[in-house]
Design a protein around this ligand. Sequence first.
Ligand code: ATP
Ligand code: MG
Ligand code: MG
Length: 553
Amino acid sequence: DKKPAVNFIRNIINEDLKNGKNGGRVVTRFPPEPNGYLHIGHAKSICFNFSLAQEYPGGKCYLRFDDTNPEKESVEFMESIKRDVAWLGFDWEDRLTHASDYFDRLYELAEGLIQRDKAYVCSLNAEQAREYRGTLKEPGKDSPDRNRPVEESLDLFRRMKAGEFADGTYTLRAKIDMSSGNINMRDPVLYRIRKVHHHRTGDKWNIYPMYDYTHPLSDAFEAVTHSICTLEFQDHRPLYDWIIEQCETEFVPHQYEFSRLNVNYTITSKRKLKYLVDQGLVSGWDDPRMPTISGMRRRGLTPASLRKFSERTGISKKETIIDVGILEEEVRNDLNETAKRAFAVLDPIKVTISNYPEGKEEVIEIPNHPQKPDWGTREILFEKTLYIDRSDFLEDAPPKFFRLSPGKEVRLRYGYVIRCDEVIKDDAGVVRELVCTYDPDTLGGKKPADGRKVKGIIHWLSESGSKPALVRIYDRLFNVENPGVVESVEDALNPESLLTMVDSRIENSLTQVAPGDTFQFERLGYFCADQIEFSAEKPVFNRTVTLKDTWQS
Ligand code: ATP
Ligand code: MG
Ligand code: MG
């Protein structure tokens, strides 16, 4: 593998190691909130954090569930996140943790803050608290409870924990500075009352800690040396440092921010993706059009291509939008190397070879990968009844059309040259069958004896060499460049993002593959057997990506 790219975080780590900081250790973490499925932006964060741990001797990366909002979180989401991280190729070993593992310790430290007069129980309701907080231009005002005696705050905090008060009646707030230029420092809430069931701690807690309090302390407990997050947390860093300092943790972690991954024609917000799922605008979190890791997996994208993409798009503080074409290119590059070739006919027209004997069958041996002889061969059948794709036939073909048209010849890949003699249509004028003749001397690329030039080569299947299949052709889910900023997501949806081909045909052997296996259907793109719906009796394939970048905006 290539050496990892230089970026400012790797520079900081190298510098820290040189200076013997953190005892020469590198510890990172990926801290998702289990309130939805992970998306491509999370994939980048996973790849970066786990790769850093792999790059440095003794490096470690935690997978930590930031589970402090029980109403929105679930075991389903946690399980999906574990699956996604493992699928991307990373191993958290014994470092799977939860913010909820630390609820007792966090509570103890909060009492300590109260005792040192660094936190107080406040009775302002949410609306009042907002008012008191002030704005960017105006300083905030002190809460009337700011100087509540320590003993009183301690007593109230204990009773909050014991469940004596209703949701929203009290909060625990840090005592910092209501006139700070940084609104995050204006006595932020550390704990709120939420009498809700937690998927891990059950009904034990009536209060839950806030992200800004939980996160730095969890980092400290795990001795995370480089706590890497996205740029929107830059303004939270002073609070991060304040919490660490005031709680006097043994280990002092540091936060570093990089700009989040944005991809054009893509949404990278869990909340907005959840909306698509909840509104039934997609079939679920794992709809192959979704930029979720589970959607991309079902679409047939490979872990290697996502890792490459993550590394290639770099780590910086600059806000950029990455072209989704770069992801598609990485997918193609990887699948070109790893996918076997196969034939499929998406929208078949029947072809009858009039001069081919009835009942005769020829077995043609063809390579699984034209550049990889060691991958072996497979057999396809040639016979009287064949299928070609509708798009490879044109009745009134322009001169540059080198596929099949009346009176013209085309080569069937690995097979014979055929000529179209007759076009049979149904009452509606739709082409139903082409009657053709084959040139028996042209098998397997042999040129016609009389020197005739046949330019076009098309894919095909025979009647008994193929089976019916359902094939889904995906296009981009959105047809606007930045769907993240449109007023209504519905308006940004590409109405042609899913085309279902119900009468497709595939090589017989493709009914025996495993769900998730990916192939290059020659001339058509890369396709993967659907992980959920594929069966030998009812094969379903999804198009992962086209062979070339043909997308037109
Ligand atoms: P969203 O904004 O989509 O709801 P989030 O940040 O709320 O995502 P978390 O579960 O808190 O979701 O994220 C876990 C980690 O993933 C965080 O460290 C966060 O910085 C990182 N992350 C989230 N989105 C991106 C992105 N687009 N690019 C890079 N990292 C991201
Ligand atoms: Mg978050
Ligand atoms: Mg969020």
